[in-house]
Write a protein that binds this ligand. Sequence first.
Ligand code: SAM
Length: 220
Amino acid sequence: MTDRNFNKDYVFDLLRGAARFTCSDLLSALAATVAEFPEAPIDNAFNHKQVASKQWARDMLATHTAGAFDHVWVMGGWIGILPAMLFDDARFSIKAISSFDIDPAVAPIAEKLNRKLSGKAAFNAHTADMYALDYTGADAPDLVINTSCEHIADLPKWLALLPPGCRVLLQSNNYTSEPTHVNCVASVDELTQQAGLSKLNYAGALQLPKYTRFMLIGRV
Ligand SMILES: C[S@@+](CC[C@H](N)C(=O)[O-])C[C@H]1O[C@@H](n2cnc3c(N)ncnc32)[C@H](O)[C@@H]1O
């Protein structure tokens, strides 16, 4: 029995109680996801720093765009926390969100988390390398979100795959001690330079306890 399994009932009961108390569909979905995937790193993906980073993404997206999208694609989408937070936010009107991650373990968890929260919208999670996707087909996205820029070796090479004018939200950070962070940046200016966006609606930094996260919203 792992530590995660050992704590499953405790975490499930607490989340379900918190969901009831706060009338939160998101916490209710998290409780159901913990119950079905007790080994999943939901505590890591939904820790206070991850939540703060994604609340910041939501707030700046709501401030700097109209908040209405036909199809949002999320790169390195992990277990689908950001789509869940977007579906749970009345400021947005989104018809569909697709999440792509190279790790085959995460798609079923993301699907479970977003199944009810997506409501009438569509949600799907795919196992794919973001460098191998076609961003220009009939089902092309009108917003591409990549909050995992620190995890990909060549940001300009990936951005070059997107059609000119495509709207993007990018996050990276300076958390160099994490081994999977192969492409950290030291400042928002460095991220701005790397990305070379044709239009920049927002550029900012969010100081967190152990590191700073950087974000750009604009068009390639
Ligand atoms: C730790 S997670 C997310 C971290 C990020 N700060 C966030 O919360 O959005 C990074 C994810 O990127 C995925 N990833 C890394 N390289 C990728 C690639 N080339 N294509 C798709 N997903 C990738 C990993 O599998 C992992 O699930």
